[in-house]
Design a protein around this ligand. Structure first.
Ligand code: GLA
Length: 344
């Protein structure tokens, strides 16, 4: 039985396909090289002793029955609680958590944390890893039921299934995941933090999700994936606008895959801009700080730039042509491998 394990959960960038995951739609995310590392050492008792190294904070609870906690503690307690609920026989462990992905910046620090925690706990308890889509669902329950954010499966699938030089075309109706070659040549993808920290549980995210469910209900559809612009146009506002975003965004994902196949970066940039306009005007998840970050990317000559992730702050993603000078403070992102765990 390994007495020490290290697990890494990467953050993610979503190239395009925003707020489509919980609408049974399409998205094109990839895992990045920044993420969260959890080092686990088995204990002889049935306690979890966790340290958030970057925050200098601790948590301590018994495997038997932890209540939910606040902030990062909710993730640790949720990981243990959900694994126990899935019937996994966990060992007590010391956990040390550290990260390189900024929190609340739209790069999915939350999924990176859930994924790294769950893999470290499984590994140190010598429990074989279940199917990765199964794990993605388990991680998303941590976020839904312990953290209070009704997020979908986008971030967890990207973190768990990522692959170097590939984006993932995810169909959330079937959970089919297809790698798509992401060869940018001398073009660059960068993220620029708007400086506005967001939390899904505390933003309008849950409200947007409820509006989409309401729109689908009114159209007597299982999800917005089954609806058309024509039928959605009969909905009252803001539901018609929310549906318009989701329906057109699914189409932009399909077009982005084709643009990548043709290596047509101008078209990819145009799609990023169109996605941003839709997220700003129809989905209404942008903020003045985000608009400023998008404007800075466009001034730097970006072929396209858009708000990324849950919205209401966080980071902007921009596609830069080879000659463009990246805006100061931006960080280049490339697709990297998915989460891993190993004996340490
Ligand atoms: C957050 C959520 C995801 C997804 C995006 C928006 O990142 O965690 O499930 O809904 O927002 O595309």
């Amino acid at each position: 039985m390994p007495s020490q394990a290290t697990a890494f959960g990467p953050g993610r960038v979503n190239l395009i396909g925003e707020h489509t995951d919980y609408n049974a739609g399409l998205a094109l995310p990839f895992a990045i090289s920044e993420g969260v590392t959890v080092r686990a050492a088995a204990r002889d008792d049935r306690r979890i002793e966790a340290v958030a190294a970057d925050l200098g904070e601790r948590d301590s609870f018994s495997l038997g029955g932890a209540d939910s906690g606040e902030g990062w503690r909710a993730f640790v307690r949720g990981a243990v609680g959900e694994l126990a609920r899935a019937g996994v026989a966990l060992r007590g462990a010391d956990l040390e958590i550290s990260g390189t992905v900024p929190r609340g910046a739209g790069l999915s620090s939350s999924a990176a944390l859930e994924v790294a925690l769950v893999l470290a706990l499984l590994f140190v308890s010598d429990v074989p890893e279940p199917d990765r889509l199964e794990l993605a669902r388990l991680c998303s329950r941590i976020e839904n039921d312990w953290v209070g954010a009704q997020t979908g499966l986008l971030d967890q699938i990207a973190s768990l299934c990522g692959s170097a030089d590939r984006a993932l075309l995810v169909d959330f109706r079937t959970l089919d995941v297809q790698p798509v070659v992401l060869e940018l040549g001398n073009f660059k993808l960068v993220t620029l933090d708007s400086g506005e920290e967001h939390t899904h549980a505390g933003s309008g995210y849950n409200q947007r999700r409820a509006e989409c469910a309401q729109a689908a209900d009114r159209l007597r559809a299982a999800s917005l994936r089954e609806t058309t612009l024509e039928t959605a146009s009969g909905l009252p506002e803001p539901l018609s606008l929310r549906a318009r975003h989701v329906i057109t965004e699914n189409e932009r994902v399909r077009q982005a895959v084709k643009a990548l196949e043709r290596r047509d970066m101008l078209e990819l940039g145009r799609l990023l801009d169109a996605s941003h306009a839709s997220l700003r005007d129809c989905y209404e998840v942008s903020t003045p700080a985000v608009e400023e970050a998008v404007a800075r990317c466009k001034e730097a000559g970006a072929l396209g730039a858009r708000i990324m992730g849950g919205g209401f702050g966080g980071s902007v993603l921009a596609l830069l042509a080879p000659a463009a000078v990246a805006p100061s403070g931006s960080v280049e992102v490339r697709p990297g491998p998915g989460a891993w765990a190993a004996v340490s």
